[in-house]
Design a protein around this ligand. Structure first.
Ligand code: FRU
Length: 462
């Protein structure tokens, strides 16, 4: 039996003290995105607005830039733009979570902030146990673990994790990402009246791939099931990443047919997104701008003791049978100087790496080259993005087809990331990029108006 270290939190904070200066001075470290002060960041967890403040947690490995026994790092914000670092909410220091406080969600009940997460336990031979656990907080700063709430039911392998809890029809529901004993990916449903005892309600959706991670359920015009399936075969321009993240628009009572699955984002790095509803009634989403087993070992930031970042917060809306994503309007606060305002069509010049680039009134096929590294092409209704392959073997590309003609594109560039929102969020591409740090040249060919804003230049999300 492995020993449990009760001083893990202190050790994590020592790592922050020792290495965050190096991480933050990396030219690839983001200026306005959430990134870890040290170590590895993956899934967003526990996204909630509680007593007026947004709380966002994430999967965090403070001790190195690989995966392993995850903590929950914790950030708060009043406006979704400036985030303050809080003490880590959960450390893997109990018998039921000792190899990781894995992903989960947050809800409010009786004035308390409650976290539901997966306790991952893996022995030296790789045998896995999984427990769905709860933690509570009265002040939204320190969290007390309550313990195990749900054990693995019959019929599933221990790949059973990532509880997302919500309230509906005066009851609490929980979806969990799972794998059946027949090695099929699925989502299971639980129900509770008090958030203490849970009833297993069966499989809510299944059908493709061998494992579904990080489920989420919410209502836009219709019911939406969001999840990250693993094991889908590449199909034309679809499913070209190692794993996918997408949604099915369906009906909670009638089901979520797998053939309606659509990818949410078409970039190289996007996984395990999570949503919450805020007090303005907006459905907000944050995703991990990363991809497990998708080349992360080649990122050049390991030597500076950090890896990965979040996407910007986005508002989700339903347009017909699609979910569209718009950057939240608060992000306009990031704008400082206007660097470019060009109506003549093309543009060529040097631009910094913390900018928002807006193209409107696009009238013909366009070609964009950013920092001699990342290209974006529109041909007919197809948009293709291309960059050098992370493993150094030539180029790699992703593509998506527009439903309506291209009219506008909004790009957020932040040192080593690029989020492209096409036609007001109809198609989104989220990707990392690692151009030579001294190259600033950008070229746009095609006819459109072009505006570029400098965005806040401070380093770090704190
Ligand atoms: C998704 C995931 C989750 C798990 C977590 C562990 O990226 O694999 O299923 O809870 O990451 O960090």
């Amino acid at each position: 039996m492995q020993m449990i270290d009760v001083n893990l939190r202190n050790k994590a904070m020592e790592m922050v003290e020792e290495y965050s200066g190096i991480a933050l001075s990396d030219p690839y470290y983001p200026s306005y995105h959430i990134a870890p002060p040290v170590g590895l960041l993956n899934d967003p967890n526990g996204f909630i607005q509680w007593k007026g403040t947004y709380h966002l947690f994430y999967q965090w490995m403070p001790f190195h830039t690989g995966h392993g026994a995850k903590f929950w790092a914790h950030l708060t914000s009043r406006d979704l733009v400036d985030w303050a670092w809080q003490e880590p909410a959960l450390a893997p220091d109990e018998w039921y979570d000792r190899t990781g406080c894995y992903s989960g969600s947050a809800v409010e009940k009786d004035d308390e902030l409650l976290l539901f997460y997966t306790g991952n336990v893996k022995d030296d031979d790789g045998n896995r146990e999984t427990y769905q656990c709860k933690a509570r907080s009265e002040d939204g700063v320190s969290f007390e673990k309550v313990g195990v709430q749900i054990e693995l039911p019959d019929g599933f392998t221990p790949h059973f994790r990532d509880p997302k809890v919500w309230k509906m029809r005066n009851e609490w529901y929980m979806v969990i990402g799972a794998q059946t004993e027949e090695k099929e990916g699925c989502i299971v449903l639980y129900r509770s009246e008090d958030l203490d005892s849970w009833t297993y309600e069966g499989i809510l959706a299944s059908g493709m791939g061998y494992m579904w991670e990080c489920p989420d359920f919410f209502r836009l015009k219709d019911d939406v099931l969001l999840f990250s399936p693993q094991g889908l075969e590449e199909k034309g321009i679809d499913y070209r990443n190692m794993y996918q993240s997408g949604y099915i628009i369906g009906d909670f009572d009638k089901g979520f047919p797998e053939e309606k699955f659509r990818e949410l984002d078409h970039g190289f790095e996007f996984y395990a997104p999570q949503t919450t509803e805020d007090d303005q009634g907006r459905r907000l989403l944050v995703g991990w701008m990363g991809m497990p087993d998708g080349g992360e070992e080649y990122f050049p930031t390991h030597d500076n003791h950090w890896i990965h970042q979040m996407t910007l917060p986005r508002e989700l809306l339903q347009q017909g049978d699609r979910v569209i994503q718009k950057p939240v309007e608060e992000l306009e606060k990031l704008r400082t100087d206007k660097l470019v305002e060009e109506n003549s069509g093309s543009f060529a010049g040097n631009l910094p790496r913390n900018i928002e680039l807006i193209m409107r009134e696009i009238e013909e096929d366009i070609y964009i080259d950013l920092y001699d590294y990342f290209s974006i092409r529109l041909e007919g209704r197809r948009i293709t993005i291309e960059r050098p392959a992370m493993d150094g073997s030539g180029k790699e590309w992703r593509a998506a087809d527009l439903v309506s003609p291209l009219t506008e594109m909004r790009m957020f560039i932040d040192q080593s990331s690029l989020e492209i929102f096409v036609n007001d969020g109809e198609i989104v591409f989220s990707s990392r990029m690692f151009p030579d740090v001294d190259t600033h040249e950008c070229r746009v060919k095609g006819r459109s108006s072009i505006t570029a804003w400098n965005l806040r230049a401070e380093k770090g999300a704190e």
